[in-house]
Structure formats: structure tokens, C-alpha cells
Ligand binder design. Structure first.
Ligand code: NAD
Length: 355
């Protein structure tokens, strides 16, 4: 049988991966001609931002430790004022999706080059996607020119990520790879990365939860997160990401926990419609069944199992099922509102996915 036709397009970032790679930030800034960098972090990671500033040395012009979840435009506008007043010529973000989102939002408006140092497994650094919020309403756009120019992965920066956040953030990353395997634009390169990304995280996350200072596991997890981030940036996502977007937006549920809870249920929903992807997910998990393998991993990682436990009201299930089926989008199995309602009800109660 001939191979399925595909299109593959690579994004143009430079990636530096290793331990102690934070030390290379000044040289990397030099590659981009940055002489007056602005360091971006959340308030919680201001101390790491100061350390990064020391590494940048003469190339540092200021810091802005105000990045926040879902990239509020009001925060971005405050940072622009600082950029204009200080003649900033480059952005260096350290943190998870919040700090990296701010960097992308600023680059979009100013055209400034970006270096990012990810400290979670969320994967935003590898994508041309930016979600921003104004007055609580989130809009998402996809543009090649917001992809960071240089990504420095430093395993050391992930050592402080608490075990519980590592687990949910890692499952969030896995969800990108899972949906890449059944995406309409799935292609051989991205599917290889997806399978290896899932396998690396499935090996590493239980070890991190058991022993958060295990450097080998941290390194494996970061590599897996990188691969999963590439998947998110390369192909379109389906039902899982749509449901998580709806749940986060409608009920203000925490991002990574929502992904962690929903993934086995969505995989079970799509199982019969995407048998090839299911075989690859199961193989990567070293489990007989993809959905049950993910559910088992979730339990071993001691992450929340029920939407009820993270603040979702039971009477929101109908609304979520309605919103997730309101507009058409690609998914291996057609969107059936009653079946989605059942999926959400099981996830709300934390039950085994209906495989
Ligand atoms: P985050 O960046 O908000 O980080 C969560 C918290 O953990 C923050 O307080 C942060 O300071 C702290 N933290 C981060 N790394 C740490 C570390 N190593 N040690 C100790 N504390 C640490 O969370 P996130 O899950 O990385 O990102 C979520 C956000 O990113 C959401 O807004 C989501 O929509 C967005 N996102 C965007 C994309 C994209 O492609 N555009 C992809 C994934 C996520």
C-alpha cells in the first residue's frame, strides 16, 4: 500500500539543550545582535530572572517580572512602555507558558528577537501560537513570526519544578504528541517525535514524582517535552485541546491539571476511529491499551483524576459539551454531543475512561 501523502514544514528555531546551558545566554544574545535585553519572568521566578540578568551582563538593560497566566494584554502594554523607554533591542524570557507567551506577545508588537529558557513542559516555546486575554476573553492566533529565535533548554532550571506540577505539565505535553498522531496533517517526522516524546515522558515522570532530584529523569522529561512541543507547533490539535480550552475558558480551571484529567477520556473517545495512532501511543506507553495506559500513568503520578476536584461545577457539563460541538473542527471521530456529555461526566467523577 502506498504511504499516505503528507506535507512537512519545519519552523526556523535554534535549540540549545543540556545542563548548565543558562551560562550560554550572553553568547546566544550576541548571535542575535542583542545589546539591550529585557528579561521576562513571572513574579514567582524573579530570582531566576535576576540570575539570568547576571549572566547577560552588559547585554542586560532591564527586567519585567510581571508575566501572568493567559497573557493579559494589559500586562503586555505595560511592558511595551518599558521597552520604548529603555531602548530595548531583544527579549529573553525565562519560565513556563506564561513568560514565553508574554515574550511572543511583545515580539508580535515590536518585532524584537526572542530567546526563551523554558522551565516547565508546556511546550509554548516550540509553537507559532499565541493566546492572549483582554477583559477575560481569550483569543488565539497562529503566526510564524512569533516563534522564538533561540530556545535554551537547561535541565537545571527544571529541577525546582515541584513534583506535582512536573506530573501535570508532563501530561499536558504528552497530550500534544497524542493528538499529533491522529492530526489531519500527521506526517512521518512529527509522528516519530510524538512517539518518542510520549515514551520519554512516560519513563521519566514516575521517576520524578518518586525522586524530584533525579537528574537523568529530569533530562529525559525535558527532552520529551521538547519533542511534544514541536508536535504542538507543527500540526493542528483536535478534541482534547478544544475541550481543555472550553473548560479553562468557561470555568477558569487550571491549565495543566485539566489536560492531565481529560487526556485518557479523549483518547478512549477517539480509539476506534484512529487505530494506528492508538497502537503507537500504547507502544510508547508500553501498555496494552492507549487510554487505559494513560489512565494508569495518571494514577501512578497521583495527579487529580476528577474535574470535580479542580473546581468544575457539575452543572457545567452540559455547557461544556455544547460549546465543544458548536463549531466544526477536525477530529478522528465525529463530535457527538451525547457521547461527549458522557465523556465529560466520567471525567468529572474521575472514573475509568470508557474504552
Ligand atoms: P506557567 O508558565 O504559568 O507556570 C506556572 C507557575 O509555575 C508560575 O508561577 C511559574 O512561575 C512557576 N514555575 C514555572 N517553572 C518553574 C520551575 N522550574 N520551578 C518552580 N516554579 C516554576 O505555566 P505553564 O503550564 O508552563 O503554562 C501555561 C500557560 O501557557 C497557559 O496560559 C497556556 O495557555 C500557555 N500555553 C501556551 C502554549 C502555546 O503554544 N501558545 C502552549 C502551552 C501552554
Amino acid at each position: 500500500m502506498p504511504r499516505a501523502a503528507f506535507t512537512y514544514e519545519a519552523l526556523p528555531y535554534r535549540v540549545v539543550f543540556g545542563e548548565g546551558t543558562l551560562a550560554r545566554a550572553a553568547d546566544e544574545a550576541g548571535r542575535l545582535g542583542i545589546k539591550r535585553a529585557l528579561v521576562l519572568t513571572t513574579p514567582a521566578q524573579h530570582a531566576e530572572g535576576i540570575e539570568l540578568g547576571h549572566v547577560l551582563g552588559e547585554r542586560l538593560a532591564g527586567s519585567f517580572p510581571e508575566a501572568a497566566m493567559h497573557t493579559p494584554i494589559a500586562v503586555t502594554e505595560r511592558a511595551i512602555g518599558l521597552i520604548e523607554a529603555n531602548d530595548i533591542d531583544g527579549l529573553v524570557a525565562l519560565g513556563g507558558g506564561s513568560a514565553i507567551g508574554l515574550s511572543k506577545a511583545l515580539s508580535l508588537r515590536t518585532g524584537l528577537p526572542q530567546i526563551v529558557l523554558p522551565t516547565t513542559y508546556a511546550g509554548s516555546e516550540m509553537t507559532p501560537i499565541l493566546g492572549e486575554t483582554r477583559d477575560g476573553i481569550k483569543t488565539t492566533q497562529r503566526r510564524r513570526d512569533i516563534v522564538p529565535d533561540i530556545v535554551i533548554y537547561d535541565v537545571d532550571l527544571t529541577m525546582s519544578l515541584p513534583a506535582s506540577i512536573s506530573a501535570t505539565s508532563g501530561l499536558n505535553a504528552m497530550a500534544h504528541a497524542v493528538e499529533a498522531l491522529y492530526a489531519p496533517e500527521a506526517n512521518p517526522i512529527i509522528s516519530l517525535m510524538a512517539e518518542e516524546g510520549i515514551a520519554a515522558l512516560a519513563r521519566a515522570l514516575p521517576q520524578i514524582v518518586a525522586s524530584p532530584s533525579d537528574r537523568d529523569a529530569r533530562s529525559d522529561a525535558l527532552l520529551g517535552a521538547w519533542l511534544c512541543g514541536i508536535c504542538l507547533g507543527a500540526v493542528s490539535m483536535s478534541l482534547h485541546h478544544k475541550l481543555c480550552h472550553v473548560l479553562g475558558g468557561s470555568f477558569n480551571l487550571p491549565h495543566a491539571e485539566t489536560h492531565a484529567i481529560m487526556l485518557p477520556h479523549v483518547v478512549a473517545y477517539n480509539a476506534k476511529a484512529a487505530p494506528g495512532a492508538m497502537r503507537r501511543i500504547a507502544k510508547a506507553l508500553d501498555a496494552p491499551d492507549a487510554a487505559l495506559g494513560l489512565f494508569g500513568l495518571q494514577r501512578r503520578l497521583k495527579v487529580p483524576l476528577a474535574l470535580a476536584d479542580i473546581g468544575m461545577p457539575e452543572d457545567g457539563i452540559d455547557l461544556a459539551a455544547e460549546l465543544a460541538t458548536r463549531n466544526a473542527y477536525a477530529n478522528p471521530r465525529s463530535l457527538d454531543r451525547a457521547a461527549l456529555r458522557e465523556l465529560l461526566a466520567r471525567a468529572w467523577r474521575g472514573e475509568v475512561p470508557l474504552s
